[in-house]
Design a protein around this ligand. Structure first.
Ligand code: DSN
Length: 436
């Protein structure tokens, strides 16, 4: 059985080699690193909540000659000639994004999520203006005004957070009070480590009361919104939605800004180019179009719902085994385990021991964490990537058991080695798109 899997795996890698012949001949160092990374992705379990596997078609598009073209401007209004094909792909990306998220305008040029947010701030604010975003220690994101970013030299950031960390419920009364006092120009939703849903309607009502623009950074949950498994902020009247395209949306690395109205979209376009960026990365724009095309298919809805079913099942498994989860569960694709309370060890130690058995996740601060960011109390894990590989509820129990066993046997070298083999055999039953 073991030999069968290994043989199939070796053959599958051999089949891929012709694709990289030029690279192998010209630059063996990079080629070997690529082969190693491919093996790592096939043989291991990817539980980092912000990662995913793209389809072969998206992967192919990223490596195309669209790379060779400069296309400053927007379709039909470029600064250089030779744009007949770039205009086709960018227009398709825009139209598909608008259809997917039900809005009037899409800018598909941001190179990543942080640049998308910076362009959004500069489109809507003057220096010194105030933004109200989620408390970073409650799961908010660096680009929502962490003091280490340059953003805080230009804009003022004020916070809202959870009323009760046991349920994850946001304190909307406190949000309103702070908004009335601080008069933010933007009320910002979005997070990278919060396992519950926001109440967009309540946020919109508060924003309307103080005249703020409503913005949702849906980077982590874009795929579930596209697939109808989570609520679309535009349905509750949000003005702007920013996102990355490579997380649950399963596209190429990149960003995007969506606007409810064409009027807001004009401001965003000017801010992205020429305000902030130069030429778009056109092979990525083309790959975004391909990914949005995939997300518009009915099967993407099944994927989006399965991510959440898997996440809830895994969270329940851990809690039934006595683990302490932040907010005691999840409504989305991710969960946070308080490792100190659950296992008596810090998040970094859990991350390290799981790395040794081929399971990848990340250490993470938990709400009101007394430890430091590089040595926090918790870990964050999510189900988007393993769901792409076809894993379902049954496999969540297998994975959950692997994780608990690795933690329990962390001092036992032989047990960890055997577990690593088990993980590898288990993983190879679930192909990685584009690799195996
Ligand atoms: N680095 C991403 C994450 O892991 O959540 C967010 O930018």
């Amino acid at each position: 059985m073991v030999i069968g899997h290994s043989l199939r795996y070796a053959l599958s890698l051999l089949n891929l080699m012709p694709t990289y012949t030029a690279l192998q001949t010209q630059d063996p160092d990079i080629y070997n690193a690529l082969m190693g990374e491919m093996r790592r992705q096939v043989e291991g379990v990817e539980l980092i909540a912000s990662e995913n596997y793209i389809s072969p078609a998206v992967l192919e598009t990223m490596g195309t000659v669209f790379n060779n073209k400069y296309s400053e401007g927007y379709p039909g209004k470029r600064y250089y000639g030779g744009q007949e094909f770039t205009d086709i792909v960018e227009t398709l990306a825009i139209e598909r994004a608008k259809k997917l998220f039900r809005c009037e305008h899409a800018n598909v040029q941001p190179h990543a999520g942080c640049p998308a947010n910076v362009a959004m701030y500069f489109a809507l604010l003057e220096p010194g203006d105030t933004v109200m975003g989620m408390d970073l220690s409650h799961g908010g994101h660096l680009s929502h005004g962490h003091p280490v970013t340059y953003l805080t030299k230009i804009f003022k950031f004020v916070r809202y957070g959870m009323k009760d960390v046991e349920t994850g419920e946001i304190d909307y009364d406190a949000m309103r009070q702070v908004a009335l006092k601080e008069k933010p120009k933007i009320l910002l939703g979005g997070f990278s480590a919060y396992p519950r849903e926001l109440n967009y309607a309540k946020m919109k009502a508060i924003a309307d009361e103080v005249g703020a623009v409503t913005v949702m950074d849906m980077a982590h949950i874009a795929g579930m919104i596209a697939g109808g498994a989570l609520r679309n902020p535009f349905d509750d009247g949000f003005d702007i939605v920013t996102t990355t395209t490579h997380k649950t949306l399963r596209g190429p690395r990149g960003g995007m800004i969506l606007s409810r109205t064409a009027e807001l979209g004009k401001k965003i376009d000017k801010s992205v180019f020429p305000g902030f960026q130069g030429g778009p990365i056109m092979q990525m724009v083309a790959a975004k179009a391909v990914a949005f095309g995939e997300a518009l298919k009915p099967e993407f809805k099944d994927y989006a719902h399965q991510i959440i079913r898997n996440s809830k099942h895994l969270a329940t498994f851990f809690m039934e085994k006595g683990a302490k989860l932040v907010t005691n569960g999840t409504d989305n694709h991710l969960m946070m385990i308080d490792c100190v309370t659950s296992f008596g060890i810090a998040g970094a130690e859990v991350e390290t021991v799981l790395d040794r058995v081929g399971i990848t996740l990340n250490k993470n601060m938990i709400p009101n964490d007394r430890r430091k960011p590089m040595d926090p109390s918790g870990v964050r894990l999510g189900t988007p990537a393993i769901t792409t590989r076809g894993m379902k509820e049954k496999e969540m129990e297998t994975l959950g058991a692997f994780i608990l066993k690795a933690i329990e046997k962390r001092a036992d070298e032989a047990a960890l080695k055997n577990l690593h083999k088990e993980v590898e055999i288990f993983c190879k039953k679930f192909p990685v798109p584009g690799i195996s």
